[in-house]
Design a protein around this ligand. Structure first.
Ligand SMILES: *[C@@H]1O[C@H](CO)[C@@H](O)[C@H](O)[C@H]1NC(C)=O
Ligand SMILES: *[C@@H]1O[C@H](CO)[C@@H](O)[C@H](O)[C@H]1NC(C)=O
Ligand SMILES: *[C@@H]1O[C@H](CO)[C@@H](O)[C@H](O)[C@H]1NC(C)=O
Ligand SMILES: *[C@@H]1O[C@H](CO)[C@@H](O)[C@H](O)[C@H]1NC(C)=O
Ligand SMILES: *[C@@H]1O[C@H](CO)[C@@H](O)[C@H](O)[C@H]1NC(C)=O
Ligand SMILES: *[C@@H]1O[C@H](CO)[C@@H](O)[C@H](O)[C@H]1NC(C)=O
Length: 517
């Protein structure tokens, strides 16, 4: 879930950086089979073109990524498992493309995707949220989003590392560590990559996969996307199915793409949205899905006429002379030049309370919802060494070395286990959260007729989280220590079309992402 780390955390270890550079003498596989096509940094559109022009096969693409994973992952730790069937799936895609089989024209056909390890697959891969407690568990079926990805012809390359249990085992612990995945590293600095969708972000940033899926409860897509110079879409809650996703809260959880470009993220979004009868929230949210999908909003002139809100306090309290201040002032100028109307110096009512998850009631609500929904998830498994949250706590206590229980706490598990359903305190917290959202973000957006709120990095995450609102993070720069940071465009429920126009307009105007090596 959330991460409350400041923007500047960067534990650059020059020693390890040198080590990494030594192991990566530049990619030997830039050009495939004598052609001038480069897989590194290739977008989905480029890959499809290369398939079509017989410059590339899905097998070559998967072989490339498997090589890069074996080369880079020992240091970056973005991947927990690779799919033993990935090459088989690649051959199948190549065969289908050659035979012009129905579906082989789909955007994601033959494209490898990495899934955060809390997203279930009914195949040889484990689904464990990074914990040894769930090794050997058998899921009833693919997660709803995985069913849709397979239907679109995507290749499941493997499982991405994460903050263990989506960073809801402990609020104090590391953001990108899990017992099974180890400590994820930012490919730019080898420091903090943020979490909890750390591996999904690290892996696309370092070209270990084409595209990936993460999940967010509060900040877990927006933050690592920001830290790793990639694009993250946190969809409106319910737009994408959470069925088969190891949960924190059905009220806040959402599954979204993490990719190198806005267009790649939009193509993945198009593939995963829609009704899933195993997640009823998808029925209500399906009314937001536009006819013809989201790709139509990838317009270079997308910023024209958009009303963008700026809340300086607390989001832009950098100090007037700082590098970040200057960078964002430059971005504001670009947004204006591209036709956006900036509505500046706005305020969100009770913003201090909203950003403090203890005061707002968010923590109270999440702890209770976590116990209820995790117990329900574990109960539905076909087989599992753990069936309840209490079993997971006992497993951790029984395996202190494996789960590093002495150094990395499980206090949120203990607090959650101590809850007893949605009682008086939880109801009060939930009603607080709706009121804070209504009087705060909703009022700000409607009163000022805004299309989006613009904020730096992931600072807005709780504002979006508590109302189930969408947000898109786009690379916005690299700080004085080389740590990437993003710009986030957040909107009201169902505002993905406008957010995509804005995010794509900004990306095309700035093109800030650079590969890490
Ligand atoms: C590869 O070279 C051909 C011929 O020079 C050119 O038309 C094409 O655009 C190049 N492709 C890329 C991806 O650079
Ligand atoms: C799943 O976990 C088990 C136990 O650690 C391991 O033996 C197996 O290789 C894992 N599956 C994959 C596909 O990595
Ligand atoms: C969805 O809603 C229907 C009707 O209210 C209910 O019967 C069903 O159990 C719900 N399904 C899930 C997965 O919550
Ligand atoms: C920044 O500049 C504005 C307007 O010039 C001023 O009101 C504000 O106090 C300054 N803030 C800081 C931190 O210097
Ligand atoms: C929130 O409350 C918990 C205990 O309920 C405490 O451990 C934690 O430090 C508090 N966090 C903040 C940000 O105040
Ligand atoms: C609800 O908000 C009020 C302040 O607005 C606060 O005093 C109270 O503790 C909150 N209740 C919960 C359950 O979080």
């Amino acid at each position: 879930m959330a991460c409350s780390s400041p923007l500047s955390i960067s534990l650059l270890s020059s020693l390890t950086l040198i080590l990494l550079l030594k192991i990566s003498p530049g990619c030997r596989c830039h050009s495939i089979m004598g052609h001038n096509f480069s897989i590194k940094e290739a977008a989905v559109h480029d890959l499809q073109l290369a398939f079509k022009q017989n410059k590339l096969t899905s097998r070559q693409l998967v072989e490339f990524y498997l090589r890069e994973i074996s080369r880079l992952n020992p240091i970056l730790k973005g991947v927990i498992e690779v799919n033993p069937d990935a090459l088989y799936q690649a051959d199948k895609a190549d065969y289908e493309r050659e035979a012009k089989a129905p579906g082989s024209q789909s955007r994601l056909h033959g494209i490898p995707v990495l899934l955060k390890d809390n997203i279930a697959t009914k195949d040889k891969l484990n689904t464990t949220a990074g914990s040894f407690a769930l090794v050997g568990s058998v899921v009833p079926r693919d997660a709803g989003v995985v069913t849709k990805l397979r239907k679109a012809g995507a290749i499941i390359l493997g499982k991405a590392s994460l903050g263990e249990w989506s960073h809801f085992r402990t609020a104090r612990g590391p953001l990108a560590w899990s017992a099974r995945g180890g400590q994820g590293k930012n490919p730019y600095t080898l420091g903090e990559p943020c979490g909890s969708s750390s591996g999904s972000s690290i892996s696309v940033a370092a070209n270990m996969v084409a595209v990936s899926l993460g999940t967010e409860t509060d900040g877990s897509i927006i933050c690592p996307a920001s830290f790793n110079a990639v694009v993250g879409i946190k969809p409106t809650v319910g737009l994408t199915s959470r069925a088969g996703v190891i949960p924190i809260s059905p009220r806040q959880d959402t599954v979204g793409p993490i990719c190198r470009t806005v267009s790649d993220a939009v193509y993945v979004l198009d593939a995963i949205v829609g009704i899933d009868n195993n997640d009823n929230a998808t029925i209500r949210a399906s009314r937001y899905i536009p006819n013809g999908g989201y790709g139509q909003f990838l317009k270079v002139a997308g910023l024209r006429g958009k009303r963008l809100g700026i809340v300086r306090n607390p989001f832009f309290n950098f100090g007037n002379k700082t590098f970040l201040h200057q960078t964002f002032e430059r971005h504001f100028k670009t947004l204006r030049q591209r036709g956006a109307i900036l509505v500046d110096h706005l305020e969100i009512a009770n913003i201090k309370t909203i950003l403090d998850y203890n005061l707002s009631g968010e923590e109270t609500a999440l702890l209770s919802e976590f116990k209820i929904s995790l117990n329900a998830y574990l109960n539905k498994l076909v087989a599992s060494p753990v069936r309840t949250m209490a079993d997971v706590i006992a497993f951790n206590n029984k395996n202190p070395e494996l789960e590093m229980i002495k150094t990395i706490d499980q206090e949120q598990f203990l607090s959650a286990e101590a809850t007893n359903g949605i009682g008086k305190a939880e109801k009060a917290a939930l009603s607080n959260l709706s009121k804070l959202s209504r009087d705060g973000f909703v009022k700000l957006m409607t009163k000022n007729k805004l299309d989006a709120l613009v904020t730096p990095d992931f600072s807005v995450s709780s504002v979006l989280a508590i109302g189930g609102f969408p947000g898109i993070s786009v690379p916005a720069g690299y700080d004085t220590k080389g740590v990437p940071f993003g710009i986030c465009f957040g909107g009201l429920r169902g505002s993905e079309p406008e957010l995509i126009e804005i995010a794509y307009g900004f990306e095309q105007a700035t093109k800030i992402r650079k590969p890490p090596f």
